[in-house]
Ligand binder design. Structure first.
Ligand code: G1P
Length: 286
């Protein structure tokens, strides 16, 4: 079984739900406590053994590349002032460990993943959607890689969602279950509640086999008129093992304002440096 060494981060989205904040700034640079969303996803991938991060970007997303580059001016100034460079350490990667490719048109998540095909090559790869901040130890992708090492094939992260919310998610048709693993026998993107085959929703973490790129070579338009990753995944079911895994992690939907604010609160309360002040503020609210 080939190891999962590469991860694709679709980060070309416009972030219209966060306007005006995201007018001139990438939505993946929105900050939870003191780190941008993209960094949570990149750190999760690194912890899972990913060696190469592939950003699928678009126009106006330069800050994502700059964030993981050396900032000469900043570092020189900090050094001259005797300040520790420790806060920058987690943004350092060797050249080639972070690469980017442009998604020239917003044609959908399936198309975004396909844009990375030449860099992914003929090996399994992960996909991480930074909007889904997964908070757990070990990290979500680490838990998925552990599952992958047992069953191989394709693995997606799944979570129970409210019936009235199925139209916001990819939804699986579940087969046999064993522990945290559930066989996936069908997949549909954003079904209406009355048409959803279950309430097990797909969360933005995937381990996929390279054959999915061949499906995406000849895409069809799906939900919302977009090229959906879910539709391409549905086509490989039956040809390769396909499992959903429920992980031991909390998901914060940072593509949504309330979810984003919840993430900030929850992570702040888990931090020794900021928790006391935030907790005092919350206590005062009552
Ligand atoms: C995407 C996927 C969907 C998945 C979701 C998870 O949708 O298309 O299948 O359930 O991410 O966050 P989006 O949220 O980009 O509309």
């Amino acid at each position: 079984m080939k190891p999962v060494r590469k991860a694709v981060f679709p980060v070309a989205g416009l972030g219209t739900r966060f306007l005006p904040a995201t007018k001139a700034m990438a939505k993946e640079m929105l900050t939870v406590v003191d780190k941008p969303l993209i960094q949570y996803a990149v750190e999760e991938a690194k912890e899972a053994g990913i060696e190469q991060m592939i950003f699928v970007t678009g126009r106006g997303k330069g800050a994502l590349e700059d964030h993981f580059d050396i900032s000469f001016e900043l570092e020189a100034t900090m050094r001259a002032r005797g300040k520790s460079l420790q806060p920058l350490e987690s943004t350092r990667f060797t050249p080639g460990a972070i690469v980017s490719v442009r998604q020239q048109e917003p044609l959908g998540l399936g198309h975004a993943v396909w844009c990375a095909r030449e860099i992914v090559g003929d090996e399994p790869f992960a996909v991480l959607l930074p909007d889904d901040l997964m908070y757990g130890k070990p990290g979500c992708l680490r838990q998925m890689v552990d599952a992958y090492q047992k069953v191989g094939g394709n693995i997606i992260c799944v979570e129970e969602v409210a019936r009235e919310k199925t139209s916001s998610y990819g939804i699986i048709t579940p087969g046999r279950s064993e522990g945290r693993l559930t066989e996936v026998t069908g997949l549909v993107e954003k079904p209406k509640p009355e048409e959803a085959p279950s309430t097990l929703g797909v969360i933005g973490r995937y381990i996929l086999q390279p054959e999915i790129m061949r499906v995406l070579d000849n895409p069809r338009k799906g939900a919302g008129g977009e090229i959906q990753l879910t539709d391409a995944m549905a086509e490989v079911i039956g040809q390769q093992p396909f499992h959903g895994v429920t992980v031991d992690a909390v998901r914060y939907d940072c593509g949504d304002k309330a979810g984003f604010i919840t993430a900030n609160l929850a992570l702040a309360l888990d931090r020794d440096d900021v928790a006391p002040a935030v907790r005092a503020f919350i206590a005062d609210l009552r």
